[in-house]
Ligand binder design. Sequence first.
Ligand code: NAD
Ligand code: TYD
Length: 338
Amino acid sequence: MKLLVTGGAGFIGSNFIRYMIKAHPGDTIINFDALTYAGNPENLEDVQNNPHYHFVHGDICNEELLYFVVDQFAVDTIVNFAAASHVDRSIYEPGLFIKTNVLGTQTLLEVAKNKHIKKYLQISTDEVYGSLGSAGYFTEATPLAPNSPYAASKASADMIVRSYFETYGLDINITRCANNYGPWHFPEKLIPLIIINALENKELPVYGDGKNIRDWLYVDDHCAAIDLVLHQGKPGEVFNIGNHHEMRNIDLVTLILDKLNKPHRLINYVSDRPGHDRRYAIDASKIKAELGWQPQYRFETGINETIQWYLTHKKWWQKIRSGAYKSYYKHQYGSAIE
Ligand code: NAD
Ligand code: TYD
């Protein structure tokens, strides 16, 4: 396979590239990434000299460069991770999310169609389904009802991907995964933010009443599911990915504090996120039944490994916690928190 991975320098993309190099050592992987604040070449330092791995600095809105790269490497498969991915940022800067997540996706699809790409996989999210009440699960048949500009941009992209299948016959799949956690997770998202702030004895911002529920999946399990969909997904199909690990945010935050032997008084309830979805919960029975996907990580194992990773990779996150990130942090949380 000659695989173009967009957004491969981010959290899930970098874990996926490492996963694929191990699982399919003969494949060629081209990581096409704009290196926004969330893209970090250090995430892939250990594979950068692998002869089957190539990095191209580029924006998925740049059609000309995409054609060049597809030709140059004879790309036959595309997985699109590239996105503006943080809900809070989408509230301040919705236009960027539309540009990258909607226009970027359409640009990539156009190239995929014109270059007769064999498989195009769109990495989407369960957030396109909106919010659940206290019962029930998202299935692939749940209507899309996104609430944040981020979720709306991802839902729009999904619709455009679908149209390239229906109209042009491009072989596409869409995966919609629950919240991921694991190594190389950018420390603006809940789990890495909590681990790092706790390690530095800083306050832990919990939105609203802390009772919003997220469904957590270890990133390697997501990567294995993507690999399966790429190889076996029937054209045009959507697959939900998740492992029924729902937790209230406050319970997750206290669990991390307890594991780090840090006091609960670090918790600081802050203003709620506007449009904050109450509960996500994924029904992944389709991918399990049709493709035989089975998650390997129990939450207890995954979270212990993740905490351990942040303890042993202080240099990685200390570097990130400076400059542009600091000014965003001030904007988001105000002066109450450093
Ligand atoms: P991330 O923010 O860590 O990484 C995004 C990557 O995309 C970065 O490397 C960034 O430089 C790159 N990028 C951004 N704009 C680009 C552009 N215009 N052109 C090329 N590259 C660009 O995000 P993540 O958490 O790794 O998420 C990856 C994908 O998975 C996203 O599409 C996201 O919607 C989806 N997803 C994430 C989660 C999660 O829990 N993190 C869950 C489900 C789905
Ligand atoms: P996040 O990691 O941003 O993922 P998403 O919003 O895409 O699910 O947030 C996970 C949950 O944690 C979400 O309910 C919002 C909440 N949260 C906080 O309470 N405090 C924070 O500082 C952040 C970033 C998130």
